[in-house]
Write a protein that binds this ligand. Structure first.
Ligand code: PSU
Ligand code: MN
Length: 356
């Protein structure tokens, strides 16, 4: 079917295809043009050969976020989880691409040495938490860091990856009492999803957030929200956040059909949130959750923790105060999301975009 929505010339379907994210201008790119669109030669961007090959041949690729490994899980568990996530994506028939920045280069797909480095962050904080606004400074200054949902989505889209998996999205934080530090905190994850056409598989938004306001914000920004085999928007550690979902899907193929339809209709400037809950019998006990959250929030307030330190600090508090239960739930939900993302990536690969 003919389509005029895709104004990007060139035959490569693995290149990013949406106008709001043009590749950097030739003036800023001293390296010669890459012979292979899917593996851009750039001093600031490196695509792992296996990922480049998968993109070039139209196989499904799943981007995996690295902040959850470096800053969201304890050292010791994170390395094992990194392998488990990649293996889960492969078992679904797709190719994993864990994303992080090392010495000023954004890597799409990490080898074992780089996964080691990601999962043993130096104590001096030299492995930063990088959101989108931090990518330029980190790359330009030759620094290293893990990527959040926001920066993983941006980099994945840059090379043509259409789906990625995480644990819980960032969102609108609960408001601290005025005068106690940060009264206003909205994750950059939401702003990036508003302008990046990519499917994010997650367990909803973290229960430490203001979930109703986060959903309102996603609606304002025209981000599609799908519940995977659920009518309830999940709450990360909890299967049900208490909010509903606008749409329910039952199969990975439906998600692929939805993304392709958005592209065909010219309404794919924003992302798609595919929210998959933990099974109820695997969620964190809600009473334990609520008590831990109240204590954690109080601790953050008293210590004046604000900005990008809030999420890692609260996750760590949970891991220490739930007897390992929050860690178990976190690992299970990220793993399940990687598997579902793999299935969606395979369906997307089998449903190529209509060419213009
Ligand atoms: N999911 C997890 N653990 C995490 C995160 C997601 O299971 O640590 C991270 C993601 O990188 C997400 C970030 O982008 O938390 C949100 O941080 P902030 O609220 O500061 O935007
Ligand atoms: Mn924030």
């Amino acid at each position: 079917m003919p389509s005029r929505r895709d104004r990007r010339p060139g035959p490569s379907r693995s290149a990013p295809t949406h106008p709001p994210h043009p590749p950097r201008s030739p003036a800023r790119r001293p390296a010669p043009p890459s012979p292979q669109e899917s593996s851009p030669v750039s001093p600031a961007l490196h695509v792992h050969p296996e990922v480049a090959e998968a993109l070039a041949t139209g196989r499904g690729v799943v981007a995996l976020e690295s902040t959850l490994l470096a800053h969201g899980l304890p050292e010791g568990d994170n390395r094992r989880v990194a392998d488990e996530l990649e293996a889960t994506v492969r078992a679904a028939g797709a190719v994993p691409a864990t994303i992080a920045v090392f010495d000023g280069v954004a890597h799409i797909g990490l080898d074992a040495d780089r996964l080691d480095r990601l999962c043993t962050p130096p104590a001096d904080g030299a492995l930063r938490k990088l959101s989108v606004r931090d990518l330029g400074p980190a790359a330009g200054l030759g620094l290293s860091g893990a990527t959040t949902v926001a920066s993983t989505a941006a980099l994945a889209h840059r090379v043509g990856v259409e789906v990625f998996a995480t644990g819980g999205l960032g969102g609108v934080h609960r408001v601290f009492p005025v005068g106690s530090g940060a009264a206003f905190d909205i994750s950059a994850d939401l702003g990036v999803l508003a302008r990046t056409p990519i499917v994010v598989v997650c367990a909803g938004v973290k229960s430490i957030l203001d979930v109703p306001n986060t959903l309102e914000y996603l609606e304002t920004q025209s981000v599609a929200v799908l519940g995977y085999r659920t009518d309830a928007f999940p709450g990360f550690y909890l299967a049900d956040s208490g909010q509903g979902v606008p749409w329910r899907v039952e199969q990975p193929g439906e998600v692929a059909a939805i993304l392709r339809a958005q592209q065909e209709l010219g309404v794919a400037s924003a992302g798609v949130v595919l929210a998959q809950p933990l099974p109820v019998d695997r969620q964190l006990d809600p009473t334990l959750h609520d008590a831990t959250l109240a204590q954690g929030m109080e601790l953050l307030r008293s210590r004046g923790v604000v900005g990008k330190d809030v999420t890692p600090a609260l996750l760590e508090f949970f891991h220490h105060h739930t007897g390992g239960e929050s860690l178990r739930a976190n690992i299970e939900l990220v793993s399940a999301n990687a598997g579902l993302a793999g299935q969606v990536a395979v369906e997307l690969a089998a449903t190529p975009r209509a060419t213009p």
